[in-house]
Each structure stands twice: as structure tokens, then as C-alpha cells.
Design a protein around this ligand. Sequence first.
Ligand code: OAD
Length: 241
Amino acid sequence: MKNYKEEFLRLIKSANKITVITGAGISAESGVPTFRGEDGLWKNYRAEELATPYAFQKNPQLVWEWYNWRRELISKCEPNPAHKFLVKLEKEKGDNFLLITQNVDGLHRKAGNKRIIEIHGCIWRVKCVNCAYKDYNYDIPIKILPKCPECDDVLRPDVVWFGESLDYNDLQKSIEACIKCDLLIVIGTSGVVQPVASFPFQAKSNNKNLKLIDINPVKNPISEIADLYIPYKSGEFLKDV
Ligand code: OAD
């Protein structure tokens, strides 16, 4: 691990602008189940079956029960050394740092990061299916089928579901930050869910000087093109760098 750390720190030191992409793996050591592991299952449902507009239309109660289960689980979790490392990095780099997370668990904010794009939304926000109402909501348990205080229609989690588009501005800002940085660090993503999975590829092909680091105990499509692939758990690797 020592050699990986030396190379990791060397790349960080020589980079002016740093962009970070995180996925469920960064929160695994905090106790948040990843999506594609066995522990990501809930009552034999997979995320792909519940995180869809169709599932919500068909059975909003079931979808809210799943989100309530995830909220209860996440509320007991604390940021781990990998989240804390990114807070330190943001403090060092200031405006030259941006964190793009696919996670909806809110642990990066809880750790203290401010320059974040939560590209798949946030489990601690709700939005109305009918009007523009949107707000933070930390209720545990959340009332199943919460109602909009403004129009009385149903509230849904403010997360991006399969088949839905990402926010246009978030997407533009994220792609630009990936292409225009000197160092792109990817942590804990399986690299199979688009469009985020393609960001490192776009960055590499548009910026020949860009360095790419991937931290993930399991090889994935991003580690194949990384300048430095670190085959360790992110919390374990980043705990004393
Ligand atoms: P996945 O569950 O697909 O992948 C988690 C990745 O984290 C895997 O590659 C693991 O090898 C890795 N991993 C596990 N433990 C780790 C650790 N301690 N340190 C570092 N890496 C570790 O999660 P995502 O790639 O984030 O979307 O999934 C992407 C999206 O698919 C999610 O945002 C979610 C999901 O369905 C929506 O909900 C829209």
C-alpha cells in the first residue's frame, strides 16, 4: 500500500484542479449497502425494480417503504475516513475542487464538503409529483405517502430514477469539471450506470494531460483506463494519507 500512497500523493501535489467522482463504494465502510452487492437487496427487490417512475406509479406505498428503510439505515451511518479525506482536499484546493457524487445518502455533506453536485439527488429531500414544491425532510420514519403542503398531491423522494434525465445544469457542470481538471479521482463506483460511467472516458479523450485515479477493491471499466488504479477499500486506503 505504501507505494500506492506515494504515487497518489505525488499526483495530488502536482495537480492544480481536482475533480472527484464517488459512488456507493465510498459509503460501504460507513455501513450503507452498495446497489450491486448482495447486501443491496431489500425484500428480494433490486434497486432497478424500485427506483423507477413506473414502480412509483404502480405502487407508491412500496417505493416509499423502501426509501423509508434506506433512510433509517443511512441515519445511523457516519462519514468514514474516505469522506473525511475529501473534506480535507476541498479545504486545500478551494475553488479548484469539485465533488460529483452519485450517492443520495448525504454523507459527503454530513462530513463537511460544500462544493458538491449530488447528481442523482438526495434521499433527505422530497418533491411534489404535481407542483414545484421541494424541500429537505429528515423525518424518520417518514409518513408513508407524504402529502404536498402546497397542493395536497403526493410527494416523492427527490432522487433521479432509472429512465429519468439528470438535471441539465448539473450534467453540464459535471462534464466540464471532469474534462477541465488536471486530476480526476474516481472512488467506489462500478462504472456501469450512465451517464456518470462515461465521464472518465470523456475526460480522458478530451484532455490528454489529465491523470485519472480509480480507488476500488474490484476492477471495473474505469480502472482499466486509470493512470493509477488503487485496489483497496477507500476508507482503509485514505485513512492516513
Ligand atoms: P454500485 O453498487 O454499482 O457499485 C459499488 C462499487 O463500489 C463496486 O464497484 C464495488 O466494488 C465498490 N466498493 C465496494 N466497497 C468499496 C469500498 N470499501 N471502497 C471502495 N469501493 C468499494 O454503486 P454505484 O456505482 O454508485 O443510481 O451505482 C451507480 C448508481 O446505480 C447509483 O447512484 C444508483 C444505482 O442504481 C440511482 O439510484 C439513480
